[in-house]
Design a binder for this molecule. Structure first.
Ligand SMILES: Cc1ncc(COP(=O)(O)O)c(C=O)c1O
Length: 408
Protein backbone atom coordinates (compact mmCIF):
# COMPACT_ATOMS: atom_id res chain seq x y z
CA UNK A 1 0.00 0.00 0.00
CA UNK A 2 1.34 3.40 -0.97
CA UNK A 3 1.21 6.02 1.76
CA UNK A 4 0.91 9.57 0.47
CA UNK A 5 3.08 12.14 2.22
CA UNK A 6 1.17 14.51 4.46
CA UNK A 7 0.73 17.96 2.97
CA UNK A 8 0.46 20.72 5.52
CA UNK A 9 -2.47 23.10 5.01
CA UNK A 10 -1.76 26.66 3.87
CA UNK A 11 -2.37 27.85 7.43
CA UNK A 12 1.02 26.29 8.23
CA UNK A 13 2.81 28.62 5.79
CA UNK A 14 5.43 30.57 7.66
CA UNK A 15 5.52 34.37 7.55
CA UNK A 16 8.17 36.23 5.52
CA UNK A 17 10.31 37.10 8.55
CA UNK A 18 11.05 33.36 8.84
CA UNK A 19 10.98 32.36 5.15
CA UNK A 20 13.50 35.11 4.33
CA UNK A 21 15.94 33.46 6.70
CA UNK A 22 15.15 29.99 5.35
CA UNK A 23 15.77 31.27 1.81
CA UNK A 24 19.13 32.63 2.89
CA UNK A 25 20.02 29.10 3.95
CA UNK A 26 18.50 27.10 1.07
CA UNK A 27 18.88 29.50 -1.83
CA UNK A 28 21.77 31.87 -1.07
CA UNK A 29 24.01 29.42 0.75
CA UNK A 30 23.22 25.87 -0.33
CA UNK A 31 22.00 26.44 -3.89
CA UNK A 32 24.01 29.45 -5.08
CA UNK A 33 27.20 29.34 -3.01
CA UNK A 34 27.63 25.59 -2.67
CA UNK A 35 26.02 24.33 -5.90
CA UNK A 36 23.27 22.42 -4.09
CA UNK A 37 25.52 20.57 -1.67
CA UNK A 38 25.55 20.84 2.11
CA UNK A 39 28.70 21.52 4.10
CA UNK A 40 27.96 18.81 6.66
CA UNK A 41 26.44 16.03 4.56
CA UNK A 42 29.20 13.56 3.84
CA UNK A 43 29.27 10.62 1.44
CA UNK A 44 28.86 7.20 3.10
CA UNK A 45 32.27 6.03 4.38
CA UNK A 46 33.58 2.94 2.61
CA UNK A 47 35.64 0.12 4.13
CA UNK A 48 38.93 1.34 5.59
CA UNK A 49 37.69 4.91 5.96
CA UNK A 50 39.33 6.89 8.72
CA UNK A 51 36.83 8.73 10.93
CA UNK A 52 38.44 11.80 12.45
CA UNK A 53 35.27 13.73 13.21
CA UNK A 54 34.51 12.51 16.74
CA UNK A 55 35.94 13.53 20.11
CA UNK A 56 36.41 10.15 21.79
CA UNK A 57 40.09 11.00 22.23
CA UNK A 58 40.94 7.98 24.36
CA UNK A 59 38.75 5.52 22.40
CA UNK A 60 36.61 4.43 25.35
CA UNK A 61 33.13 4.55 23.81
CA UNK A 62 32.98 0.79 23.23
CA UNK A 63 34.92 -0.19 26.34
CA UNK A 64 33.24 -3.37 27.70
CA UNK A 65 33.58 -2.36 31.38
CA UNK A 66 31.72 0.90 30.71
CA UNK A 67 29.05 -0.71 28.57
CA UNK A 68 28.48 -3.36 31.25
CA UNK A 69 28.20 -0.72 33.99
CA UNK A 70 25.60 1.09 31.93
CA UNK A 71 23.63 -2.06 31.08
CA UNK A 72 23.56 -3.17 34.73
CA UNK A 73 22.25 0.23 35.71
CA UNK A 74 19.58 0.19 32.99
CA UNK A 75 18.39 -3.18 34.21
CA UNK A 76 18.13 -1.89 37.78
CA UNK A 77 16.78 1.57 37.08
CA UNK A 78 13.14 0.82 36.26
CA UNK A 79 10.98 3.42 37.92
CA UNK A 80 13.65 6.09 38.22
CA UNK A 81 12.14 9.49 38.99
CA UNK A 82 12.46 11.89 36.08
CA UNK A 83 12.90 15.34 37.54
CA UNK A 84 15.08 18.40 37.73
CA UNK A 85 18.33 18.07 39.69
CA UNK A 86 17.00 20.74 42.05
CA UNK A 87 14.97 17.96 43.70
CA UNK A 88 17.83 15.52 44.21
CA UNK A 89 18.37 14.67 47.86
CA UNK A 90 21.65 14.36 49.76
CA UNK A 91 23.38 11.08 49.03
CA UNK A 92 21.76 10.59 45.60
CA UNK A 93 23.76 8.78 42.92
CA UNK A 94 24.38 12.10 41.16
CA UNK A 95 25.68 13.75 44.31
CA UNK A 96 28.00 10.82 44.98
CA UNK A 97 29.37 11.06 41.46
CA UNK A 98 29.82 14.81 41.81
CA UNK A 99 31.94 14.16 44.91
CA UNK A 100 34.00 11.65 42.97
CA UNK A 101 34.57 14.17 40.15
CA UNK A 102 35.46 16.86 42.69
CA UNK A 103 38.10 14.57 44.24
CA UNK A 104 39.52 13.72 40.83
CA UNK A 105 39.64 17.37 39.75
CA UNK A 106 41.00 18.61 43.11
CA UNK A 107 38.10 20.93 43.69
CA UNK A 108 35.89 21.45 46.74
CA UNK A 109 32.76 20.42 44.88
CA UNK A 110 31.36 19.77 41.42
CA UNK A 111 28.00 19.93 39.65
CA UNK A 112 26.92 17.65 36.83
CA UNK A 113 24.79 19.11 34.05
CA UNK A 114 22.94 17.59 31.12
CA UNK A 115 25.66 18.74 28.69
CA UNK A 116 28.66 21.01 28.41
CA UNK A 117 26.32 23.54 26.83
CA UNK A 118 24.00 23.47 29.84
CA UNK A 119 26.94 23.76 32.28
CA UNK A 120 28.39 26.79 30.48
CA UNK A 121 25.11 28.60 29.91
CA UNK A 122 23.99 27.93 33.49
CA UNK A 123 27.28 29.05 34.97
CA UNK A 124 27.52 32.29 33.00
CA UNK A 125 23.88 33.01 33.82
CA UNK A 126 24.70 32.57 37.50
CA UNK A 127 27.76 34.84 37.39
CA UNK A 128 27.11 37.56 34.83
CA UNK A 129 24.56 40.34 34.84
CA UNK A 130 23.86 43.61 33.05
CA UNK A 131 26.71 46.08 33.56
CA UNK A 132 29.32 43.42 34.46
CA UNK A 133 31.92 43.00 31.71
CA UNK A 134 32.57 39.43 30.63
CA UNK A 135 35.87 39.06 28.79
CA UNK A 136 35.85 36.23 26.29
CA UNK A 137 38.62 34.95 24.07
CA UNK A 138 37.35 35.37 20.52
CA UNK A 139 37.55 31.59 20.02
CA UNK A 140 35.82 30.69 23.31
CA UNK A 141 33.08 28.12 22.78
CA UNK A 142 29.65 29.33 21.60
CA UNK A 143 27.97 28.05 24.79
CA UNK A 144 29.98 30.55 26.84
CA UNK A 145 28.88 33.42 24.59
CA UNK A 146 25.32 32.14 24.83
CA UNK A 147 25.50 32.28 28.64
CA UNK A 148 26.64 35.90 28.51
CA UNK A 149 23.81 36.75 26.15
CA UNK A 150 21.17 35.07 28.25
CA UNK A 151 22.46 36.88 31.35
CA UNK A 152 22.11 40.13 29.39
CA UNK A 153 25.66 40.92 30.38
CA UNK A 154 28.22 42.81 28.32
CA UNK A 155 30.53 40.51 26.33
CA UNK A 156 33.95 42.07 25.73
CA UNK A 157 36.00 40.02 23.27
CA UNK A 158 39.78 39.85 23.30
CA UNK A 159 42.13 38.58 20.60
CA UNK A 160 42.65 34.83 20.64
CA UNK A 161 45.25 33.81 23.25
CA UNK A 162 46.60 37.37 23.51
CA UNK A 163 46.95 37.99 27.24
CA UNK A 164 48.23 41.52 26.69
CA UNK A 165 45.07 42.41 24.79
CA UNK A 166 42.99 40.90 27.61
CA UNK A 167 44.94 43.00 30.15
CA UNK A 168 44.25 46.16 28.12
CA UNK A 169 40.55 45.36 27.85
CA UNK A 170 40.30 44.71 31.61
CA UNK A 171 42.17 47.95 32.39
CA UNK A 172 39.69 49.79 30.16
CA UNK A 173 36.40 48.22 31.29
CA UNK A 174 37.13 47.18 34.89
CA UNK A 175 37.00 43.87 36.77
CA UNK A 176 34.44 41.28 35.77
CA UNK A 177 34.45 37.69 34.54
CA UNK A 178 37.21 36.29 32.31
CA UNK A 179 36.26 33.31 30.17
CA UNK A 180 38.61 31.08 28.19
CA UNK A 181 38.93 27.53 26.89
CA UNK A 182 41.99 25.65 28.15
CA UNK A 183 42.35 23.98 24.74
CA UNK A 184 40.50 25.48 21.80
CA UNK A 185 38.09 23.33 19.87
CA UNK A 186 38.64 24.87 16.45
CA UNK A 187 42.43 24.83 16.16
CA UNK A 188 43.94 22.84 19.03
CA UNK A 189 45.73 25.79 20.63
CA UNK A 190 46.37 25.98 24.38
CA UNK A 191 45.48 29.05 26.42
CA UNK A 192 48.22 31.02 28.21
CA UNK A 193 46.70 29.92 31.51
CA UNK A 194 49.35 31.27 33.91
CA UNK A 195 49.22 34.73 32.35
CA UNK A 196 45.42 34.81 32.37
CA UNK A 197 45.32 33.70 36.02
CA UNK A 198 47.69 36.59 36.83
CA UNK A 199 45.44 39.10 35.06
CA UNK A 200 42.36 37.77 36.84
CA UNK A 201 44.05 37.99 40.23
CA UNK A 202 45.55 41.45 39.74
CA UNK A 203 42.25 42.87 38.49
CA UNK A 204 39.98 41.10 40.97
CA UNK A 205 38.12 39.27 38.18
CA UNK A 206 36.51 35.83 38.29
CA UNK A 207 38.11 33.25 36.00
CA UNK A 208 36.17 30.52 34.13
CA UNK A 209 38.13 27.89 32.18
CA UNK A 210 36.40 25.44 29.83
CA UNK A 211 38.40 22.19 29.90
CA UNK A 212 36.21 20.22 27.48
CA UNK A 213 39.10 19.27 25.19
CA UNK A 214 41.80 18.85 27.85
CA UNK A 215 39.88 16.86 30.47
CA UNK A 216 40.94 13.22 30.20
CA UNK A 217 43.74 13.96 27.77
CA UNK A 218 45.97 16.39 29.67
CA UNK A 219 47.30 16.76 33.20
CA UNK A 220 47.98 14.10 35.85
CA UNK A 221 45.58 11.17 35.37
CA UNK A 222 43.88 13.33 32.73
CA UNK A 223 42.62 15.84 35.32
CA UNK A 224 43.14 18.70 32.85
CA UNK A 225 45.50 21.54 32.12
CA UNK A 226 44.55 23.61 35.17
CA UNK A 227 45.53 20.78 37.52
CA UNK A 228 48.58 20.06 35.35
CA UNK A 229 49.82 23.59 36.05
CA UNK A 230 48.87 23.48 39.75
CA UNK A 231 46.34 26.28 39.23
CA UNK A 232 43.26 24.56 40.66
CA UNK A 233 43.05 26.89 43.64
CA UNK A 234 43.48 29.99 41.50
CA UNK A 235 40.81 29.27 38.87
CA UNK A 236 37.34 29.94 40.22
CA UNK A 237 35.40 27.65 37.90
CA UNK A 238 36.30 24.88 35.47
CA UNK A 239 33.68 23.53 33.10
CA UNK A 240 33.70 20.60 30.71
CA UNK A 241 31.65 18.68 28.24
CA UNK A 242 31.81 14.99 29.08
CA UNK A 243 31.02 14.19 25.45
CA UNK A 244 34.72 14.25 24.54
CA UNK A 245 37.31 12.08 26.33
CA UNK A 246 34.59 10.76 28.67
CA UNK A 247 32.50 9.66 25.69
CA UNK A 248 29.07 10.17 27.29
CA UNK A 249 26.42 12.85 27.35
CA UNK A 250 26.80 15.31 30.21
CA UNK A 251 28.70 18.36 31.37
CA UNK A 252 30.17 19.48 34.63
CA UNK A 253 31.60 22.40 36.52
CA UNK A 254 33.85 22.66 39.55
CA UNK A 255 33.02 25.11 42.32
CA UNK A 256 32.71 25.53 46.08
CA UNK A 257 29.91 23.74 47.92
CA UNK A 258 28.37 27.09 48.81
CA UNK A 259 28.33 28.16 45.17
CA UNK A 260 26.77 24.83 44.19
CA UNK A 261 23.76 25.44 46.43
CA UNK A 262 23.27 28.85 44.85
CA UNK A 263 23.88 27.55 41.29
CA UNK A 264 21.05 25.04 41.61
CA UNK A 265 18.64 27.86 42.25
CA UNK A 266 20.10 30.24 39.64
CA UNK A 267 21.04 28.18 36.57
CA UNK A 268 18.01 27.89 34.34
CA UNK A 269 19.15 24.64 32.65
CA UNK A 270 19.60 23.14 36.15
CA UNK A 271 16.15 24.24 37.27
CA UNK A 272 14.05 23.88 34.14
CA UNK A 273 15.46 20.76 32.53
CA UNK A 274 15.49 17.21 33.87
CA UNK A 275 18.60 15.71 35.44
CA UNK A 276 20.83 12.94 34.17
CA UNK A 277 19.58 9.37 34.23
CA UNK A 278 21.04 6.62 36.41
CA UNK A 279 22.62 4.72 33.52
CA UNK A 280 24.32 7.92 32.35
CA UNK A 281 25.77 8.37 35.83
CA UNK A 282 26.88 4.73 35.86
CA UNK A 283 28.82 5.32 32.64
CA UNK A 284 30.76 8.23 34.07
CA UNK A 285 31.35 6.51 37.39
CA UNK A 286 33.14 3.72 35.55
CA UNK A 287 34.72 6.11 33.04
CA UNK A 288 36.52 8.15 35.71
CA UNK A 289 38.38 5.04 36.87
CA UNK A 290 39.28 4.09 33.33
CA UNK A 291 40.37 7.59 32.31
CA UNK A 292 42.50 8.06 35.44
CA UNK A 293 44.45 4.94 34.60
CA UNK A 294 44.79 5.68 30.88
CA UNK A 295 48.34 7.08 30.84
CA UNK A 296 49.33 4.77 27.98
CA UNK A 297 46.46 6.07 25.83
CA UNK A 298 47.36 9.67 26.66
CA UNK A 299 50.98 9.00 25.68
CA UNK A 300 49.85 7.39 22.41
CA UNK A 301 47.65 10.39 21.63
CA UNK A 302 50.53 12.79 22.33
CA UNK A 303 52.91 10.82 20.10
CA UNK A 304 50.37 10.63 17.27
CA UNK A 305 49.66 14.34 17.56
CA UNK A 306 53.35 15.22 17.39
CA UNK A 307 53.92 13.00 14.36
CA UNK A 308 50.85 14.15 12.41
CA UNK A 309 51.48 17.81 13.11
CA UNK A 310 55.14 17.60 12.09
CA UNK A 311 54.39 15.72 8.86
CA UNK A 312 51.49 17.97 7.81
CA UNK A 313 53.60 21.07 8.47
CA UNK A 314 56.34 19.56 6.30
CA UNK A 315 53.81 19.14 3.50
CA UNK A 316 53.07 22.87 3.65
CA UNK A 317 49.89 22.86 5.76
CA UNK A 318 49.74 25.93 7.97
CA UNK A 319 48.57 24.37 11.22
CA UNK A 320 50.87 26.23 13.58
CA UNK A 321 48.03 28.03 15.40
CA UNK A 322 47.56 24.86 17.43
CA UNK A 323 49.74 22.25 19.09
CA UNK A 324 47.33 19.56 20.37
CA UNK A 325 45.12 16.71 19.13
CA UNK A 326 42.72 18.95 17.20
CA UNK A 327 44.15 19.77 13.78
CA UNK A 328 42.47 22.45 11.67
CA UNK A 329 42.84 22.45 7.89
CA UNK A 330 41.59 25.97 7.22
CA UNK A 331 40.75 26.48 3.56
CA UNK A 332 38.78 29.69 4.27
CA UNK A 333 35.69 30.36 2.13
CA UNK A 334 32.93 27.74 2.22
CA UNK A 335 33.17 26.52 -1.41
CA UNK A 336 36.91 25.82 -0.97
CA UNK A 337 36.20 24.09 2.34
CA UNK A 338 33.53 21.92 0.72
CA UNK A 339 36.05 20.97 -1.98
CA UNK A 340 38.57 20.11 0.75
CA UNK A 341 36.08 17.92 2.59
CA UNK A 342 35.27 16.06 -0.61
CA UNK A 343 38.94 15.63 -1.53
CA UNK A 344 39.59 14.12 1.91
CA UNK A 345 36.55 11.87 1.64
CA UNK A 346 37.61 10.67 -1.80
CA UNK A 347 40.77 9.45 -0.04
CA UNK A 348 38.84 7.85 2.83
CA UNK A 349 39.43 10.58 5.43
CA UNK A 350 36.43 11.98 7.30
CA UNK A 351 36.77 15.18 9.33
CA UNK A 352 34.24 17.67 10.69
CA UNK A 353 33.49 20.84 8.74
CA UNK A 354 33.44 23.97 10.88
CA UNK A 355 31.91 26.99 9.20
CA UNK A 356 29.85 30.04 10.24
CA UNK A 357 28.56 30.39 12.92
CA UNK A 358 31.24 28.08 14.40
CA UNK A 359 33.99 30.10 12.67
CA UNK A 360 34.28 33.56 11.14
CA UNK A 361 32.59 33.66 7.73
CA UNK A 362 35.69 33.20 5.56
CA UNK A 363 37.67 31.06 7.99
CA UNK A 364 35.86 27.75 7.46
CA UNK A 365 37.89 24.61 8.05
CA UNK A 366 37.88 20.85 8.24
CA UNK A 367 38.74 19.73 11.75
CA UNK A 368 40.58 16.46 12.18
CA UNK A 369 40.49 15.10 15.71
CA UNK A 370 43.16 12.57 16.48
CA UNK A 371 42.68 9.75 18.94
CA UNK A 372 44.73 7.27 20.93
CA UNK A 373 43.69 4.35 18.73
CA UNK A 374 45.36 5.53 15.53
CA UNK A 375 48.19 3.25 14.48
CA UNK A 376 51.06 3.93 12.09
CA UNK A 377 49.03 2.63 9.14
CA UNK A 378 46.22 5.14 9.78
CA UNK A 379 48.65 8.00 10.35
CA UNK A 380 50.38 7.18 7.06
CA UNK A 381 46.98 6.98 5.32
CA UNK A 382 46.10 10.47 6.57
CA UNK A 383 49.45 11.99 5.64
CA UNK A 384 49.41 10.35 2.20
CA UNK A 385 45.93 11.77 1.52
CA UNK A 386 47.05 15.24 2.57
CA UNK A 387 50.17 14.97 0.39
CA UNK A 388 48.19 13.79 -2.61
CA UNK A 389 45.42 16.39 -2.56
CA UNK A 390 47.47 19.59 -2.22
CA UNK A 391 47.10 20.79 -5.81
CA UNK A 392 43.53 19.60 -6.16
CA UNK A 393 42.43 21.67 -3.14
CA UNK A 394 44.62 24.66 -4.04
CA UNK A 395 46.46 24.60 -0.71
CA UNK A 396 48.64 27.51 -1.73
CA UNK A 397 45.69 29.89 -1.77
CA UNK A 398 43.94 28.82 1.43
CA UNK A 399 43.33 31.61 3.93
CA UNK A 400 45.64 29.85 6.43
CA UNK A 401 48.43 29.53 3.82
CA UNK A 402 48.18 33.20 2.91
CA UNK A 403 48.26 34.16 6.61
CA UNK A 404 51.20 31.83 7.20
CA UNK A 405 53.21 33.48 4.38
CA UNK A 406 52.42 36.91 5.81
CA UNK A 407 53.73 35.93 9.25
CA UNK A 408 56.88 34.19 7.88
C1 LIG B 1 34.84 23.83 24.33
C2 LIG B 1 33.45 23.27 24.39
N1 LIG B 1 32.64 23.62 25.40
C3 LIG B 1 31.38 23.16 25.49
C4 LIG B 1 30.85 22.31 24.54
C5 LIG B 1 29.43 21.83 24.64
O1 LIG B 1 29.45 20.51 25.07
P1 LIG B 1 28.22 19.49 24.86
O2 LIG B 1 28.38 18.93 23.50
O3 LIG B 1 28.42 18.49 25.94
O4 LIG B 1 26.97 20.29 25.04
C6 LIG B 1 31.66 21.89 23.48
C7 LIG B 1 31.11 20.98 22.47
O5 LIG B 1 31.16 21.16 21.31
C8 LIG B 1 32.99 22.40 23.39
O6 LIG B 1 33.77 22.07 22.37
Amino acid sequence: MRIDPIRLPASHDLPPFVTRRMDEHYIDRVERLLGGEHMHVWSPPGPGALMLAGNDYLCISAEPALVRAQVRSLERAAGQALMSSVFLQAGSAQHRLEEKFAGYLRSEDAVLAQSGWAANVGLLQSLAQPGIPVYLDMLAHASLWEGVQSAQARGVPFLHNQADHLARQVARHGPGVIVIDALYSTNGSVAPLCEVVGIAERSGSILVVDESHSLGTHGPEGAGLVVGLGLEERVHFRTASLAKAFAGRAGLLTCSSRFKGYFLSASRPAIFSSCLLDHELAWFDAAIDLVRGADARRAALRATTAQVRARLAQLGYCIGDGTEQIVALEAGPEPQTLALRKALEARGIYGAVFCAPATAKNRALVRLTLNAGLGQREIDQLVAACADMREEVDLENWSSSVRGRRVA
